[in-house]
Design a protein around this ligand. Structure first.
Ligand SMILES: [Zn+2]
Length: 343
C-alpha cells in the first residue's frame, strides 16, 4: 500500500499546484515528466483501480478553472458576491439594469439560466416575490441565501410589493426590503455571503474570508464618509419616489416627509399628489428623490408645484451605468447627489 499512497501524494500535490495556478486539469496531459513519474507508480496496479482512484479524487475538487455559477437578484448584491467570490465565482445578476424589482417578472431566458445555478443570493423581505418559480425550476435543488435574515427590518403600511394579480404579498407585505442602502447592514450581508461561499466551496474558504474582510474594511470607510457627510446636512427631510431610502434615513439621520408611490408601480391620484405638495410646503422639504427605475414625470410635476429640486437617486446601479458600476460607487453617487440639495 506504500506505493498507492505515494501516487496519491503526487496527484494531490499536482492538483494543488494546478489549482493555485488557475490551470485547467487538461493541461495534465502536457506535463510529461510528471506523468511519466505517475505512470511508473501506477504500473503495478490495474488500470481499473487507477481510474476508480482518479474518479474518487476529482469530484472533490469542482473548481478546476471553472467558476461556481451563482445568481443574485439585484445588481448591488451581485457586486458584493463578486467582491467576495473573486476568481472562483461566476455571478449572474437576475434583474437587468434599469428595471425595478417591484415590477419584475423573470423571462424564460432567465429561468433557463437559473437552472444551471447552484445558489441564489436574495434580499428576502418580499422583494423577490417571484423567487419560488426559480426554486421549482431547479426541482428544489437551488440553495437560497436570504440576506435580510437577522436584519432589524423596518415595517410599515407604506410599503408592500404587488404580485402580478395586484395583491400584496401576504407574509412579508409590510417589511421594507431596501436594506442594502444602509452600509452598516451591507457589511452584515457581506459576512453572510462569505459564510455561504466558504461552506459551498470549502477548499477556497480562506480566500473568501480574506477578500470578505478587505471588502468589509472598505465598506466601513464608506459608512463613515456617508455618516460624516450626512451629519452636516442642513435639511434632513425628503420626499422619495418609493420607500427605498428608509434604511438609509434610519442609519444616516434623514427623515421621510412623504412617498410618491407608496405601492411601487401604482401612480398616485391627483388628490395624493396635492397632499404630497402640501406636506412638502409644511415640512420645508428641499428635495424630491426620483429613481432611474421609475418614470420621473410625477416627481417632476410635484417638484414644480412645490418649487423644489428633483434629485435622481439610484438604489440599483448596474453594469454600464456611469459612476454606478459597483455597490460602493452607487453609494458614493447617491451621497454626491444628496449633498447638492441638502447640504
Ligand atoms: Zn424598491
Amino acid at each position: 500500500m506504500k506505493d498507492i499512497n505515494e501516487v496519491k501524494t503526487i496527484l494531490i500535490n499536482l492538483i494543488n499546484f494546478l489549482e493555485n495556478k488557475h490551470l485547467n486539469p487538461r493541461i495534465l496531459e502536457s506535463w510529461n515528466p510528471f506523468f511519466q513519474q505517475i505512470g511508473r507508480k501506477i504500473k503495478n496496479y490495474s488500470l481499473l483501480s487507477a481510474v476508480v482512484f482518479l474518479l474518487s479524487v476529482f469530484p472533490a475538487f469542482p473548481c478546476f478553472g471553472e467558476k461556481i455559477p451563482v445568481a443574485a437578484s439585484i445588481f448591488p448584491v451581485a457586486d458584493m458576491v463578486k467582491q467576495v467570490g473573486g476568481d472562483y465565482v461566476e455571478v449572474f445578476s437576475v434583474i437587468p439594469p434599469g428595471a425595478s424589482p417591484h415590477t419584475y417578472e423573470p423571462k424564460p431566458s432567465v429561468m433557463k439560466k437559473i437552472s444551471s445555478v447552484k445558489v441564489f443570493f436574495m434580499i428576502g423581505a418580499g422583494l423577490e416575490y417571484w423567487n419560488e418559480k426559480f426554486f421549482k425550476n431547479t426541482g428544489g435543488r437551488l440553495i437560497k441565501i436570504v440576506l435580510s435574515d437577522g436584519v432589524d427590518l423596518i415595517h410599515g403600511k407604506a410599503h408592500h410589493h404587488v404580485e402580478k394579480a395586484g395583491k400584496p404579498h401576504s407574509e412579508d407585505s409590510f417589511a421594507n426590503p431596501h436594506i442594502w442602502l444602509d452600509v452598516e447592514i451591507a457589511k452584515s450581508m457581506v459576512k453572510r455571503i462569505v459564510t455561504a461561499l466558504a461552506s459551498l466551496d470549502n477548499r477556497h474558504a480562506p480566500y473568501y474570508e480574506e477578500r470578505g474582510n478587505k471588502y468589509i474594511a472598505e465598506l466601513d470607510r464608506l459608512d463613515k464618509i456617508i455618516y460624516n457627510e450626512t451629519g452636516k446636512f442642513k435639511t434632513k427631510k425628503y420626499v422619495s419616489f418609493h420607500p427605498a431610502w428608509e434604511y438609509f434615513a434610519r442609519r444616516y439621520g434623514l427623515e421621510s416627509a412623504g412617498v410618491i408611490e407608496s405601492v411601487p408601480g401604482k401612480s398616485p391620484t391627483p388628490l395624493e399628489i396635492k397632499r404630497i405638495v402640501e406636506d412638502i410646503k409644511i415640512h420645508g422639504v428641499k428635495a424630491v428623490f426620483a429613481e432611474p427605475q421609475f418614470n420621473p414625470k410625477v416627481a417632476e410635476v410635484i417638484a414644480k408645484e412645490a418649487e423644489i429640486n428633483v434629485l435622481m437617486l439610484d438604489p440599483m446601479g448596474g453594469p454600464g451605468i456611469n459612476e454606478r458600476e459597483s455597490y460602493i460607487d452607487i453609494m458614493k453617487y447617491n451621497l454626491k447627489i444628496l449633498r447638492e440639495a441638502m447640504l
